[in-house]
Design a binder for this molecule. Structure first.
Ligand SMILES: Nc1nc2c(ncn2[C@@H]2O[C@H](COP(=O)(O)OP(=O)(O)O)[C@@H](O)[C@H]2O)c(=O)[nH]1
Ligand SMILES: [Mg+2]
Ligand SMILES: [Zn+2]
Length: 230
């Protein structure tokens, strides 16, 4: 047992170093790193497709996506079809992403090279669909985003408090389904507020794109803040 704990601590410590290096790389290049976490099917990929569609006109920022899934390149293919650059990671069983995976992804994308010159503002990381352990791992991101959808039910924040208490913003997706699904919006808001008084809750209908302006403005604001940190 003791050996297991020692090894686990060593692995975690190694991963913290990776997270530190990822954070440093993103800081040097003034790129915002956003770790998107939510259950399978809550709308993470749709959010990114819709974000691309909505910023096409005004282009407040450019972005690429690091896609985490257990298997398949389906999400990266969907994003490519939406003209979004996406690097697919397959964890082959692991139920969350870890910082060393992101560090390798940045290397694959060429970010670690001193010669790398390119205009890029934001890297969105779509984490493996899971409300539990993705919240435990620092990937070197600037902040985490919790995505929860109406059909999942309003009780999720208190059941998965680690994610909801850490997130910089909570996205409630599929609000177009509110007329058909029992969902106590007041309870959801109250529980999120109790866990995380500062995190705004943004309601999104990703079928029509309603509500996306707030999300896009939030990202643009955080990017602006990061650029002004010396
Ligand atoms: N009605 C409705 N469906 C949505 C919304 N967002 C996503 N979906 C659907 O939910 C399913 C899963 O979405 P996806 O983006 O693949 O979820 P992910 O697994 O979190 O990446 C797809 O069929 C989407 O079209 C929404 O706001 N409203
Ligand atoms: Mg997805
Ligand atoms: Zn996991």
């Amino acid at each position: 047992m003791e050996t297991v704990i020692t090894i686990r601590q060593a692995v975690m410590a190694e991963d913290e170093k990776c997270a530190f290096r990822v954070r440093e790389t993103l800081k040097e290049r003034k790129i915002l790193g956003v770790n998107i976490i939510g259950s399978p099917g809550c709308g993470k990929t749709t959010l990114l497709e819709q974000t691309a569609a909505h910023i096409e006109r005004e282009s407040p920022f450019s972005f690429l996506v690091i896609e985490g899934d257990v298997e398949t390149a389906r999400d990266a293919q969907r994003l490519a079809a939406a003209n979004v650059e996406a690097l697919q990671i397959n964890t082959k069983g692991a139920c969350h992403l870890e910082a060393h995976v992101i560090e390798n992804a940045l290397q694959t994308l060429g970010f670690s090279s001193a010669r790398y010159r390119r205009d890029l503002d934001v890297i969105f990381i779509e984490n493996v669909g899971n409300l539990v352990c993705p919240a435990e791992f620092d990937l070197g991101e600037d902040f985490k985003v919790a995505v929860s959808s109406v059909p999942e039910g309003a009780d999720k924040p208190l059941k998965y408090p680690m994610l909801f208490s850490q997130a910089a913003v909570v996205l409630l997706t599929k609000v177009d389904l509110l007329p058909y699904v029992k969902f106590d919006k007041a309870l959801f808001a109250r529980d999120v507020k109790a866990l995380n008084p500062k995190a705004p809750i943004m309601e999104l209908d990703l079928t029509s794109g309603a509500g996306l302006e707030s999300w896009i403005a939030f990202i643009a604001k955080r990017l602006e803040e990061k650029r002004h940190v010396v």
